[in-house]
Design a protein around this ligand. Structure first.
Ligand code: ATP
Ligand code: MG
Length: 565
């Protein structure tokens, strides 16, 4: 088993490289590093994945079993003629087949493309077409409901593999169990150039049409490094990443990072449910938990004091990603879980955690933390030709990263020109606006597209939303800029009121007055609209672009990723 490096504070991807096996001649294959090498070591009987079913029964897969199954899947792909450069999409919930298919696809050096299981036919069609997908792995029910009727329009798609069909359904719609039963588990993982494409992740579509970010096998260096330096994973850990497998977090930290460290990862087939979640933390003695602000907010709203009802003594750290984590959520963690919720920042494009609060450092509630070892982050003024780094602390600007990150996506599929525009020399432009304080901590302001310019001020919507949701009557808020001939843009807020609070002029005035008092008149909303729901992406991000389009009667653009609204 790999050596655990104790000095996590400076653990970078050079150290990560030393932990890996590597293939002859400097090859690197994610499936080899995450599973095969453990299956060939004394780690073979350690549980790799514990899948908790809806009824809370468990399926355990050891590293040896996972390796055998993934190897069979790779053989199935080989027999189907899947080659390097082909794409295998997986439309499944959190079931063992998903993990087997991902790892088998990497063993075959094809590209793995996870699709969110709750997508309807249109977003699925879009991604299958734009991803040039040759093989789709799904269940019979999802196939019949979402894919079957459009097969003739999917010219690239050669084969559908059904994970639960007892027999083949058509010449190109096959039973995976039948094929697996007939496949040997002897797949030899070829020497894999580190720059070989491994995963295709579509972005969340918060700001526009989702982009297809291509990640290579070399990305694993970031996954190992951040598993050690941020999540601080060690051999005996039980790790739970609640992210849906359809998003990049579900692959980078829901498959690769824990497995490459050889730990046991917990996977829950069911959707969010507070008691169930606390119960899982208790029953499975989860030590490291990686979740998202949406989940934390939902837990905060309930009047459960978890440590009075559940034994959470195994828990060592709680991490969050995906959206801003307000300071009160960090403090809620301290009060309710006995530890701060640790925020970290990254994007689909970066493939792994870039800026983070870690268990070993002093946490500043409301801050995204410090760049992880190896990452150089800065605040810059970005022009068409260059990124001018702003050295003065506390100045708002574009968040940029030096491009030497192993997991940075290598292109946007079919949109290479757009990808190239993300760079200015050595700097990758993230598109987010942030500040850095004098101690080097980064503070999120907002997405570049969402920043509101009002009377010469730059207002980040999150700054306003954070204050609005602290009002007792408000459960959710979204803030946008509305065009105005005098001030450029004025700040408009949409709020969802708490159960039992009626929509009245008085309550709106009360919310406005409090916002003005706390934010000042320049930043506070001029207008508050009460709505039933805020439109969000399926991954829980507020879609301000949709609110803006609706407010101004403009086209709504791609709406395939909306959760509600
Ligand atoms: P699209 O690029 O298609 O518009 P998206 O940017 O929402 O969608 P993701 O890559 O899933 O797609 O999300 C990354 C973005 O999420 C970041 O750029 C940032 O705006 C936000 N984000 C992620 N983590 C954090 C965090 N800890 N704090 C604040 N914002 C975060
Ligand atoms: Mg983005």
């Amino acid at each position: 088993m790999s050596v655990i490096v104790l000095d996590r504070g400076s653990y970078t991807w050079e150290d990560a490289g030393k932990e890996l096996d590597w293939q002859p001649g400097g090859g690197i294959n994610i499936a080899h590093e995450a599973v095969r090498r453990h299956a060939l070591s004394d780690r073979r009987d350690h549980v790799a994945i514990r899948c908790i079913r809806q009824d809370r029964s468990c399926i355990n897969l050891t590293y040896a079993e996972l390796n055998t199954q993934a190897s069979r899947f790779a053989v199935v792909l080989r027999r189907l003629g899947v080659r390097d450069g082909h794409t295998v999409a997986v439309l499944l919930g959190r079931t063992p087949e998903l993990y087997i298919a991902a790892l088998g696809t990497w063993m075959r050096t094809a590209m793995f493309c996870p699709l969110y299981a709750a997508f309807g036919p249109e977003p699925i069609r879009q991604r299958l077409v734009r991803g040039d997908v040759q093989v789709l792995v799904t269940t019979t029910s999802m196939f019949e409901r979402k894919v079957w009727h459009m097969m003739s329009a999917l010219s690239e798609l050669q084969t559908v593999l059904l994970t639960d069909a007892p027999s083949h359904m058509a010449p190109n719609v096959l039973s995976l169990p039948l094929l697996m039963a007939d496949a040997d588990a002897d797949h030899v993982i070829p020497r894999t150039d580190p720059q070989t494409p491994a995963s295709l992740h579509f972005t969340s579509g918060t700001t526009g049409m989702p982009k297809g970010a291509v990640h290579v096998h070399n990305a694993i260096l970031t996954h190992v490094a951040t598993a050690r330096s941020v999540l601080e994973l060690r051999d005996d850990d039980v790790f739970w990443c609640t992210a849906d497998p359809g998003w990049v977090t579900g692959t980078s930290y829901g498959i690769i990072a824990p497995l490459v460290c050889g730990v046991t990862m917990v996977v829950d087939e069911a959707e969010f449910d507070a008691s169930r979640w606390y119960g899982i933390l208790e029953e499975h003695r989860v030590t490291v938990w990686y979740t998202a602000p949406t989940a934390i907010r939902r837990l905060m709203r309930l009047h459960i004091k978890p440590r009075e009802t559940f034994d959470l003594s195994a828990l060592r750290s709680v991490h969050s990603v995906g959206e801003p984590l307000p300071a009160d959520a960090v403090r809620w963690g301290m009060d309710m879980l006995g530890m701060p919720v640790l925020d970290n920042w990254w994007q689909t494009e970066t493939g792994g955690i870039m800026i983070a609060n870690t268990p070993s450092m002093s946490v500043r509630p409301g801050s995204m933390g410090l760049p992880v070892p190896g990452v150089t982050a800065a605040i810059a003024e970005v022009t068409n030709t260059e990124a001018r780094i702003i050295e003065t602390p506390d100045v708002q600007g574009q968040l940029v990263l030096q491009r030497n990150v192993p997991s940075l996506c290598t292109t946007y599929l079919h949109e290479d020109e757009r990808y190239k525009r993300l760079f200015r020399g050595i700097w990758y432009i993230t598109g987010d606006i942030a500040k850095r304080d004098s101690d080097g901590y980064f503070w999120y302001v907002g997405r570049g597209d969402d920043i509101i310019k009002t009377s010469g001020h730059m207002v980040g919507p999150f700054e306003v939303e954070r204050v609005l949701v602290e009002h007792r009557a408000v459960v959710e808020a979204a803030v946008i800029g509305m065009p105005d001939p005098v001030v450029g843009e004025f700040v408009r807020a949409y709020v969802v009121l708490a159960d039992g609070v009626g929509n009245s002029e008085m309550i709106r005035q009360d919310i406005l007055a409090e916002a003005r008092r706390r934010l000042g008149p320049a930043v506070a909303p001029k207008e508050i609209l009460v709505v039933d729901a805020i439109p969000k992406t399926r991954s829980g991000k507020i879609m301000r672009r949709l609110l803006k389009a609706r407010a101004q009667g403009l086209p709504e653009g791609d709406t395939s990723t909306i959760e509600q609204g």
